[in-house]
Design a protein around this ligand. Structure first.
Ligand code: ZN
Length: 177
């Protein structure tokens, strides 16, 4: 943490749920998790990460068509998703607002107590719940039928394994399948 502070920037030290600290200047878009001094591995999410990091495009579409964010955003985004994760696990997520820090390529960072595999499962479970709720209120029967058909086949752990295997998470230019 000996980096000189850029005038006007916030402190780049982020206190983690485990009690250790991370430097937000060390986080970057290609990072999905890191090994911590506490011995654990913590997942990292940055606001430019697309929802497709966690779920395939068809689910992103259902999500954005059916779930209305509570703020004035038009669409559900990664920021909203992490808001939901924080509501469920308030003591397991550290968040940094880096929007004033010109030294990093993102404006929000979240670091979770659990690793990126576990976060992925949690996220998929929460998204499925959100969508089930939203789709049950949707007017559009076609969306509902499609969703229910997809969900009949859906197993979270299997999905996460397959989705992670299909995508190269080490590549910062990772894109949706
Ligand atoms: Zn730690």
């Amino acid at each position: 943490m000996a980096e000189p502070r850029v005038p006007g920037s916030r402190d780049s030290a982020l206190e983690l749920p485990c009690g250790e600290h991370a430097d937000t200047h060390d986080l970057h878009l290609g990072m999905r998790e890191f090994d911590c001094a506490c011995g654990g591995t913590h997942a990292v999410v940055l606001d430019p990460h697309p929802l497709a990091r966690f779920v395939p495009e068809f689910l992103v579409e259902v999500l954005q068509a059916t779930v209305e964010p509570s703020d004035d955003h038009d669409e559900f985004t990664t920021v909203h998703l992490l808001g939901v994760v924080m509501e469920e696990f308030p003591d397991s997520v550290a968040v940094a607002d880096t929007s004033e820090d010109g030294a990093v390529g993102y404006s929000m960072a979240w670091v979770t107590e659990f690793d990126s595999r576990r976060l992925h499962e949690i996220v998929v479970e929460l998204l499925v719940e959100l969508m089930e709720h939203a789709v049950s209120h949707a007017e559009d029967d076609a969306v509902m039928d499609e969703f229910e058909a997809q969900m009949l086949e859906f197993d979270v752990a299997t999905f996460v394994d397959e989705y992670r295997a299909e995508r190269d998470f080490e590549d910062r230019h990772d894109s949706a399948v």
